[in-house]
Design a binder for this molecule. Structure first.
Ligand SMILES: Cc1cc2nc3c(=O)[nH]c(=O)nc-3n(C[C@H](O)[C@H](O)[C@H](O)COP(=O)(O)OP(=O)(O)OC[C@H]3O[C@@H](n4cnc5c(N)ncnc54)[C@H](O)[C@@H]3O)c2cc1C
Length: 815
């Protein structure tokens, strides 16, 4: 029988898995009573019904941990609210390490957990054995215990969320498939859906794509990019084991396995290193509570190790071999937020096998985002705007997801690069750099030379938590930039042209710095939100009276384009992505001027080409626009070269550079140089949650220029004073390394985390940036404290500074 489908709704949520149910629940709680959730078959019939139900709070960052903790708390109280038993129990979890490297990882995670107020304890193998008598701990090196982790019944969690949504006024309908999402004037205007062969239309300005592994196809219909693909995902459940009683959840990542005791049976799940993509030719129309065929051969290597780890499995007998599909994304992180291509098109999908633990928090965050028009806190790591349009290519996804499933339990070494689906975006210099020893890494699909191998040295990463095999290469590159001249290919920069009659007024409104500058001037600025948080960190070069070039990190290009386009009102302004049209060759170091003068007849003196200006120059037999800016803190020029001339300009520089010791440098060196200079990195040190003044970027803010987005928040903060500040730290012991997420300790107490870290090869120790609370304190009081950084449980002494430790007066930059 057909149930009445409303003709209008404030939001239509597509998909009745845990994700869609959570968004509906939280929207309804916020008073969005006229929301409609449409499920093509039955609630939970996609992936949700068969999840293992592990609820682990510890995630890779503070805000992801905050969301997981929120889920846990919600699932604990949902039963009382809805009367549906969620099966949520806090039996704790144990993660064991079988190698020294894994020990370092889990101990680092424990330090991070403490910084996030998650209850965690390092325990000995003996203590593991006490808590988990069935376990073979003979080769266990270390372990951590999180007593408030637990497990739940995923299907019931979704049902309880759906019931809670209904209780607060939402409509939840099963057997209704969304066939199309309509748009008008760049905004969602409605959906067409089908119920028992009959077609209906719902007028709405908001849809939420919570369609799980159907999400990519559904988004495609609307020209929206949601790159995800399903993989087969396995677990087995034993027959009942005599005497088996409640145990903590157990993770043995070194054996790609997790264990869960459930009703006297043992569940063993796998995150195998090479996964099996599924559904390449689409998903059957009648898919509903489906299982996929068993594949014992695929599971066998995991089972073999598990039998050694938990000998009782040898005799327990297998009751169920389960294989179900789940969606995975190219970077193993889910998608949340408004799609850049279409206003009102929201996404909550692609959960990479952590959808149950994530959805409670993700639903809350998305609902608030929809309600307020901005995320409640920094969600950049899961923001849909990080997706690159090319990533919806199915061949790419098919290859990449074979890797991302296994990464859940792989060693999460710093600088770890994806091994699959590489080489999609290459700069015109790719082959040149490769021939000269480049070892590439990938960001947003771009292949970038991360470091250069020496002749005879293996061109590959050897990962570790200690110094990796490229440490000395980076040191040589770093010192070349500090003392001579280096060349870095930064073609992956996002380049955006903003032009038209109103371009200046538009940018004045969006940027915090003064944009009304002479032609040829380059301005470092931020685009702020109304809270004074940083939406974008960029340079703007005035090319003409009506044309500006915005240069942004390659990883944030789609986000920045979306932010700009979203703010165009009736102004006459055109925003164009010109990233692929120009290469960027950075010539940096005290000898940069000498090199430039060898390859160009133009004048590179301070008088003719001062810092913060761009000039067209002749170089070799070609042309470039030389931007006198630097992200490494030295004299230098970024050469913007039409891509067709990039190879020629490179060869010209290389030939002339032989006399002045020009060294090819990689992105790791760019990063180690910038952190010595305390230049901020968007996504780590500065996010939409970080106030521009607390980030120490007040020098780039001009409230006196007139109104701009975020100005009021800047004035308010000036009045009220800063409640925290971004501080630069240097470890006094030159040995330990900082990557990011280590705990910042002030006078013996953890007060924050390192937002980004690298090695200061010139300063002689690991350098990190991190926020320190400073309510009502002077700079001197702050710096008067003693600081340490906690790394994997051990504390290392640190010097702290608010001014850059390297070249604080910027004399080197001014050349
Ligand atoms: C073996 C296995 C074990 C797992 N273990 C865990 C675990 O321990 N912990 C954890 O956190 N996660 C786990 N997961 C992952 C978790 O199950 C998923 O991440 C989560 O269920 C995804 O929920 P979802 O709502 O995004 O997708 P789904 O549950 O698939 O829901 C999407 C829904 O959208 C509907 N739909 C699609 N298209 C349309 C349309 N056009 N119109 C209307 N409806 C539509 C579908 O029918 C479907 O019901 C596991 C997954 C697997 C496979």
């Amino acid at each position: 029988m057909n149930r009445a489908i409303p003709s209008k709704a404030r939001a239509v949520i597509i998909g009745g898995g845990v994700s869609g149910c959570s968004v509906a629940y939280h929207l309804a709680k916020l008073g969005w009573t006229d929301v409609v959730l449409l499920e093509r078959k039955q609630l939970t019939s996609g992936t949700t019904w068969h999840a293992a139900g592990l609820i682990g709070q510890l995630r890779a960052s503070q805000n992801m941990t905050r969301l997981a903790k929120y889920s846990r708390d919600l699932y604990v109280k949902l039963e009382a609210e809805t009367g549906i038993g969620t099966g949520m129990k806090q039996n704790g979890s144990i993660t064991v390490a079988l190698t020294e490297e894994r020990k370092e990882e889990i101990y680092r995670q424990a330090s991070l957990a403490r910084a996030f107020n998650v209850d965690v304890r390092e325990i000995t193998p003996g203590e593991v054995k006490e808590m988990y008598p069935h376990l073979n701990v003979s080769d266990v090196v270390a372990a951590v215990h999180l007593p408030l982790d637990g497990q739940c019944d995923p299907a019931n969690i979704a049902m309880a969320l759906a019931k809670g949504a209904r209780q607060n006024g939402a409509t939840v309908l099963e057997g209704v498939k969304v066939a199309a999402v309509h748009q008008k004037d760049g905004r969602v205007s409605g959906v067409t859906c089908v119920q028992n062969g009959e077609t209906f239309t719902i007028e709405t300005e908001n849809v939420v794509n919570a369609a799980g592994m159907w999400g990519r196809e559904l988004a495609n219909l609307s020209g929206v990019t949601v790159p995800l693909h399903a993989c087969e995902h396995f677990y087995i459940v034993t027959e009942p084991v005599a005497g088996l009683k409640s145990l903590p959840v157990l993770r043995v990542p070194d054996e790609c396995a997790y264990y869960k005791e459930d009703a006297g049976k043992m569940l063993l799940g796998a995150f195998e290193p090479v996964a099996k993509p599924w559904g390449m030719d689409g998903i059957r129309e009648d898919f509903c509570f489906d299982q996929l065929p068993e594949d014992f051969d695929h599971f066998a290597p995991i089972l073999e190790k598990a039998v050694n780890r938990m000998p009782m499995l040898e005799t327990a007998g297998i009751h169920t071999f389960f294989n179900g599909p789940e969606s995975f994304t190219p970077d193993d992180r889910y998608y949340l937020g408004e799609a850049p291509e279409l206003k009102g098109y929201w996404v909550a999908a692609g959960y990479n096998s952590i959808g149950i633990v994530s959805s409670g928090g993700a639903g809350m965050a998305l609902a608030q985002w929809m309600n307020d028009g901005e995320p409640p806190f920094d969600l950049w790591e899961v923001d849909i705007r990080r997706a690159q349009p090319f990533q919806k290519n199915r061949a790419y996804l098919k290859e990449r997801v074979t890797e991302t499933l296994g990464l859940l339990y792989a060693d999460h070494f710093p600088y770890r690069q994806m091994a699959t689906a590489r080489g999609v975006r290459r700069t015109p210099l790719h082959e040149h750099l490769k021939a000269r020893g480049a070892v590439f890494g990938e960001v947003a699909g771009w292949e970038r030379a991360n470091w250069f191998a020496k002749p005879g040295q293996a061109r590959e990463y050897k990962y570790s938590w200690k110094r990796q095999n490229w440490f000395e290469n980076q040191r040589d590159e770093h010192l070349a930039i500090r003392g001579g001249v280096g060349l870095i290919d930064m073609t992956s920069f996002g380049k955006i042209r903003v032009e038209g009659r109103d371009a200046l007024a538009f940018l004045q409104r969006l940027c915090a710095n003064q944009m009304d500058v002479a032609q040829g001037r380059i301005v470092y600025t931020q685009m702020l939100n109304a809270r004074g948080g940083i939406e974008s960190d960029l340079t703007v070069t005035r090319l003409s009276e009506t044309a500006f070039l915005l240069v942004v990190p390659g990883a944030t290009l789609q986000r920045d384009l979306a932010w700009l386009r979203r703010h165009i009102t009736d102004e006459f302004v055109v925003v164009t992505d010109v990233t692929a049209s120009e290469s960027v060759l950075c010539v940096m170091g005290p000898k940069a001027r000498a090199l430039m003068q060898k390859v160009s007849p133009n004048d590179f003196s301070n008088a003719a080409h001062p810092f913060g200006t761009a000039r067209e120059i002749e170089v070799g037999m070609g042309l470039a626009r030389a931007h006198r800016v630097t992200y490494v803190g030295e004299l230098g020029w970024e050469l913007y070269v039409s891509t067709d001339q990039a190879a020629h300009v490179f060869e010209t520089l290389e030939e002339a550079g032989a006399d002045v010791g020009l060294k090819l440098c990689g992105i790791h060196t760019l990063d180690s140089c910038r952190i010595e200079k305390a230049f901020r990195h968007f996504g780590h040190d500065i996010t939409d949650e970080d106030h521009v003044l607390e980030a120490g970027l007040g020098f780039a803010v001009r409230p006196q220029k007139g109104d701009f987005i975020g100005r009021d928040a800047v004035l308010r903060k000036q009045e009220a004073g800063l409640s925290r500040r971004l501080v630069q730290f240097k470890l006094t012991d030159p040995e330990p390394l900082l990557f990011h997420n280590e705990a910042v300790v002030r006078d013996g107490r953890i007060v924050g985390t390192v937002t980004s870290g690298n090695y200061g090869h010139h300063l002689g120790g690991a350098i990190g940036l991190g926020y320190v609370p400073c309510e009502g304190e002077s700079e001197a009081e702050m710096l008067g404290s003693s600081y340490e950084i906690e790394i994997a449980g051990a504390r290392a002494k640190a010097e702290a500074s608010l001014a850059p430790m390297y070249d604080p007066k910027a004399e080197r930059v001014r050349g």
